[in-house]
Ligand binder design. Sequence first.
Ligand code: PEP
Ligand code: MN
Length: 339
Amino acid sequence: MIVVMKAGASKKDKDEVLKRIKELGYKPHVIHGTTRDVIGAVGDERGKQVLQTLESMAGVESVVPILQPYKLASKEVKKEHSVIAISDTVKIGGNEIIVMAGPCSVESEKQIIETAQAVKDAGAQILRGGAFKPRTSPYSFQGMEEEGLKLLAKAREITGLPVVTEVINPETAELVAEYADILQIGARNAQNFALLKKVGQLGKPVLLKRGMSMTIQEFLMSAEYVMSEGNQKVILCERGIRTFETATRNTLDLSAIPVLKEKTHLPIVADPSHGTGHYHYVAPMAFAAVSAGADGLIIEVHPDPEHASSDGPQSLKPQKFADMMQRMKLVAEAVDRTL
Ligand code: PEP
Ligand code: MN
């Protein structure tokens, strides 16, 4: 349910409503609007009538049900786009297109620092790199783990770029959060509810990737898991879904971008690297994603893709990435965005 407060409601009125929501066994989430606050009361759906009684409290304008199964992620609760601050200067969800770039896996100090410098010079605002890798095969490279996190922190220190890196289980989530600016939840963990709750409690921005067989509604329900723990800083990532097509690694679902824009206030980025699996399809799909309304991109870049420990075939060399970024400026301009 959404409790819509009156424009002139006092702090005392609001505190009383928050207290009552908690007494009734629900979790209140305050969303500050330009003219009034609304409070999302989320919890067991069976008690809707009880919540309706809040309508008689001072300062309350109305109590309305949220029709979508996802609540805090829905446009019903918050109409304006969410802008998520990653650092003092980098914000996702505003007018500027945000590009996260870097290797699939951190492999060495030289590799990550060289790549970080190159993607920064080309205009990327965030560095990506996996330290804990969720590989389909237990025999594939599993990542440098904490050593990799330390190298990412070093690359951030040198370049000033905030870092996004994947967290693969609740046990190591706190460790990853000590180093990362954004916690990435990978496609394979997109419905790992224990992990989603854990990153919800940690409070750091979360880049939530769409699972490979997830509907858009299921995707938003996963976002809801993070948000219902009190962390509203969720960035959605369309990274391709599994279809009958084999010419590409996945099918990048571009139509998910406008659909999500209609259904949620959360920012949306696209991943044309995992979405296509081939470096030469990355730029056209990146342009298409920005044209479709994406707020940002996450792109794999490697100085020596032929020898990459993971995802070499879909990684751009730094020069190709720089060329793509140049052309991207024109695409951004065409859709009234900046880069
Ligand atoms: C990755 O970003 O390297 C990754 C493993 O992506 P996904 O979870 O989308 O497969
Ligand atoms: Mn990868």
